[in-house]
Structures are given as C-alpha cells and as structure tokens.
Design a protein around this ligand. Structure first.
Ligand code: TLP
Length: 350
C-alpha cells in the first residue's frame, strides 16, 4: 500500500517525521568523528542522556535493537540465559539477535499485562549446577509494547532489581518507551530506572527523532558498550547530524507525551463503541491501544485492508488483534476521524 499524506498512520510512533526545528538543528549541527569521540553534538547528547537518567555516562546507538543487544552482550557470557517476558520485544522482534550474535538463550516468562513479578522471575532462574545453563541477566520492558503499553509500578520494578542483585544477577531495562511510563506514573525517568544496571531508550519513537537510541549506565559499563557497538558495526562518524535531532527529542519530546496518552484513550473509547471491536479503554495507560476484532468476522489482515482503504493504518498483533499507536504526528481530530472511518469501514462491509 502506498502511504500518502492523507493517511492517519497509527502503525507506530516510529513513523513521525523530524520537525522543522529538528531539520534546522541537523543542518547546522557541529560535527566531528564520533569513533574518535570528537563529535560535539553526539557528546552533548550522551551527556544530556546521562544527566537525565542520573547516570555516569551515555552512548548513542543507531537503534533500540542494537542498544538492547549491546547491553545483553556487555552483561552476559555465551551459553547463559536471559530471562524476559514472552511477548517482549527482545524475544519476538529482534531477529533472535541474542541467540544468533550474543550466544545466549532467552528464557521466557508469561506475564499477564507483560508485567513480570519477582516470583515468576525467580522460578525461571537456573539452579547453580555445572551441567546446567546459567542465568546471566534479567530484562524488563517498560512500557511493555505488545501488552498494550503497560507500565511497571515503580515499587515492583525496584523490588525486582533488588532481588535480582541479591541473586547475583544483572538487570537490563528495554525502556524504548520509558518516558511514556514516567509520564503515566508521574515520576522522573531517573527515579523509575535508578536500580537497573543498564537502560536502553529510544529517541525515535514518541520523542520524535528520526533515528537513534541511547544506552545509559556506569562509565565502566558504557566503555564496554562502546567497544561492542563498534564490533557490531555501529561506530558512526559525523553522527552529530542525527544527534542534533536527538537532543531536541530528549529536551522537548517528553513534555508532550501526555497528549499522546489522552489521544490513545480517546481512540480506545471510540473503538469500544464500534460493534465487533473489543477493547477496554480503562486498560490503556500510555500511547498504545490493542484491540480484538474477532467478532467482526474479519481476520486482522482483512480488517487492516478494509480500514486502509479509508486511509487509516494499524498493524496486526496476531490473527485477531490490531495495534494502534498515537504520536506527535496525529492529533485529537485525526484520532476521532480514524474512529469514524473504522466504523464506516465495518458498516459498509466492503
Ligand atoms: N518497536 C517497533 C517494532 O519493532 C515492533 C514498534 O513499532 O513498536 N524495544 C521495544 C519495546 C520496541 O517497541 C522497539 C521497536 C525496540 C525495542 C527496537 O527499536 P528499533 O526499532 O529502534 O530497533
């Protein structure tokens, strides 16, 4: 399907285009060779990210997937296991990189709403025996994408980190949308992530940058990550041109995420009133809405085809469920219009 400007694109918050201010900053960015650590814009972005998260250091990486992989490689040995949630991104959408490249096995835990408890995690930890694989790392996802943008209560996340450390394990946060979590919960990202050994967050999702993610952690950890990033081919040169947009995303992006959350609620409420669509608007915490179309008698592919003809886009979660994500390039009237088009698409049956 050719995407045009009239489409209401709710496939992901990754589809946002850089703002005029970002494009200007990119054009004017001060740059240098970042493999020599001489790009002033990248250095500034890394410094800002570290400050924002109350950490010693930060590292700019091309994508969230690379950020997660680098963190996994920096904190595991080949042959170890990584405990993660069954619907999580690192297990389902990263090309099995942890197995193919890091040489570690995912050990998955099924958690309702994507939010794992320590009890569930502890049951997945391998006993210490020389003939068994050993658990190397625990990884949480906040917000949890495919559970519908759900948020870890801070107390639970902190308790999991404390328990993991007591068990001698490192703990990573896939915080691709951690700013959405922070806005929902009304606490800073520094507060909600302070007990994790490593954090990856995306500039290129709700924050609106065209490219890039960040890793934050201790100075020693980030130096290890820098070598691994280079090993993976992620050493960039005059990356200041994209870091300049990243700086604006980091500065301004978080302030407006509450609007995306409001729009997601409006979307869910509108969808809930359409016969055949099942969704509980009170479940929606951030900018992701997942809904069930089984009762429309259409598969999710057929449903998406049908609404796509009316200029509304989403993605399938599975054969019966659709995901829609609000972001800075859709406003309240776009969302309301999308609900109208979807209702019409189902009424017309063509
Ligand atoms: N998520 C994308 C798709 O890959 C599904 C999306 O549209 O939501 N962690 C989480 C929780 C993510 O949602 C994503 C991307 C990533 C990591 C990976 O980031 P990128 O796409 O930059 O590699």
């Amino acid at each position: 399907m050719a995407i045009n400007n009239r489409m209401i694109d709710l496939r992901s918050d990754t589809v946002t285009k850089p703002s005029a201010a970002m494009r200007r900053a990119m054009a004017e960015a001060e740059v240098g060779d970042d493999v020599f650590m001489e790009d002033p814009s990248v250095n500034r972005l890394q410094q800002r990210a570290a400050e924002t998260f109350g950490r010693e250091a930060g590292l700019f990486v091309p994508s969230g997937s690379m950020g997660n992989l680098v963190c996994i490689m920096a904190q595991t040995q080949p042959g170890q296991e990584v405990i993660c949630e069954a619907a999580g991104h690192i297990y389902n959408y990263e090309m099995a990189a942890m197995a193919a490249i890091a040489g570690v096995l995912p050990r998955v835990v099924n958690a309702s709403n994507g939010i794992m408890t320590w009890e569930q995690i502890s049951q997945a930890i391998r006993p210490k025996a020389y003939f068994r694989p050993q658990t190397g790392l625990v990884s949480l996802e906040n917000t949890h994408n495919m559970a519908g943008g759900t948020v870890y209560p801070t107390r639970l996340a902190h308790a999991i980190c404390d328990h993991a450390h007591e068990a001698g394990l490192k703990i990573h946060l896939d915080g691709a949308r951690v700013f959405n979590a922070a806005v929902h919960i009304g606490q800073s990202v520094a507060e909600i992530t302070k007990k994790f050994d490593s954090v990856q967050f995306c500039l290129s999702k709700g924050l609106g940058a065209p490219v890039g993610s960040m890793i934050v952690g201790s100075r020693e950890f980030i130096e290890r990550c820098r070598s691994i990033r280079k090993m993976l081919g992620g050493g960039m040169r005059q990356a200041g041109v994209i870091a300049a947009a990243g700086l604006i995303a980091l500065e301004d992006g978080p302030k407006r995420l509450y609007i995306d959350h409001e729009n997601a609620k409006i979307l869910a409420q509108g969808l809930a009133a359409i016969p055949g669509i099942r969704v509980d608007p009170s479940y929606v915490q951030t900018n992701i809405v997942i809904y069930d179309v089984r009762e429309t008698k259409l598969s999710s592919a057929e449903f998406l085809e049908r609404i796509g003809r009316r200029q509304v886009l989403g993605v399938p979660v599975d054969a019966e469920r659709i995901r829609m994500v609000t972001h800075l390039d859709v406003n309240r009237s776009d969302v309301e219009a999308a609900v109208g088009y979807i209702a019409e698409a189902l009424r017309c049956r063509s």
